[in-house]
Design a protein around this ligand. Structure first.
Ligand SMILES: Nc1ncnc2c1ncn2[C@@H]1O[C@H](COP(=O)(O)OP(=O)(O)OP(=O)(O)O)[C@@H](O)[C@H]1O
Ligand SMILES: O=C(O)c1ccc[n+]([C@@H]2O[C@H](COP(=O)([O-])O)[C@@H](O)[C@H]2O)c1
Length: 189
């Protein structure tokens, strides 16, 4: 599952857990982006903070791991590179890329979009506030999964932290503490 994870929240974790169960996955690899291509105009938190919060959030689940491939690759992050690096690290693995309704809606505009569907299957999960449409995408490579609706976004978590409102139970406890310890999201949206 790729994401900016700024910060990772329970919407991400529930989606990953549901896809793992439905598709009987051995492992879910969370891949925090380096420089997310569609957020180049935004003030994104340093990759190392986002990576560490993702490690904290996933630590208790033996099937969840976190990859540094996007964080460690220089330049803008593209999923075509993510999938290539994951395939190199796990040559025998069958890859499924987990993505939410908002992200799948834009997938045809992603770099080398045609190539993506031959590199992995895609699982598009439902997300409150976003219509899920996979029209025009290859039906044999894109799966749709309804997951328990959690109307949580990283944008909202950042806004709450900035306003001094609680973020408990929107993100894992360790992430609440990490945000407080490093005083993240105090001066940005
Ligand atoms: N509550 C949610 N339910 C289901 N999928 C989600 C949810 N939140 C995010 N996702 C999906 O997880 C992936 C990574 O999301 P991302 O890290 O950009 O979080 P976000 O909450 O959308 O962040 P932001 O508000 O900063 O844009 C995307 O594919 C997104 O669609
Ligand atoms: O490859 C692309 O062109 C591309 C464009 C936009 C988003 N993505 C990927 O989609 C995932 C979710 O992105 P975001 O910006 O919603 O956090 C993340 O893994 C991104 O690298 C990929």
């Amino acid at each position: 599952m790729g994401g900016t994870f700024d910060p990772v929240h329970h919407g991400h974790l529930v989606a990953a857990s549901e896809v793992a169960a439905r598709f009987d996955l051995d492992e879910v690899v969370f891949v925090p982006t380096g420089q997310p291509t569609f957020k180049l105009d935004q003030d994104v938190t340093a990759a190392e903070h986002r990576y560490l919060m993702t490690v904290i959030a996933t630590a208790s689940n033996p099937r969840f791991t976190v990859s540094r491939v996007d964080v460690d690759r220089a330049g803008v992050t593209y999923t075509v590179d993510t999938l290539r690096d994951l395939k190199t690290a796990r040559p025998d693995a069958e890859l499924f890329f987990i993505t939410g309704a908002d992200a799948i809606a834009q997938i045809l505009t992603w770099k080398d979009a045609d190539e993506l569907f031959s590199m992995a299957q895609f699982v598009a999960v439902t997300r409150p506030g976003h219509a899920l449409s996979v029209d025009g995408l290859p039906g044999d490579r894109v799966h749709v999964l309804e997951v328990p609706a959690l109307a949580i976004s990283s944008t909202d978590v950042r806004a709450r932290a900035r306003a001094g409102q609680p973020v408990w139970y929107l993100v894992p406890d360790g992430v609440v503490q990490y945000i407080a310890k490093h005083r993240l999201y105090r001066g940005q949206s």
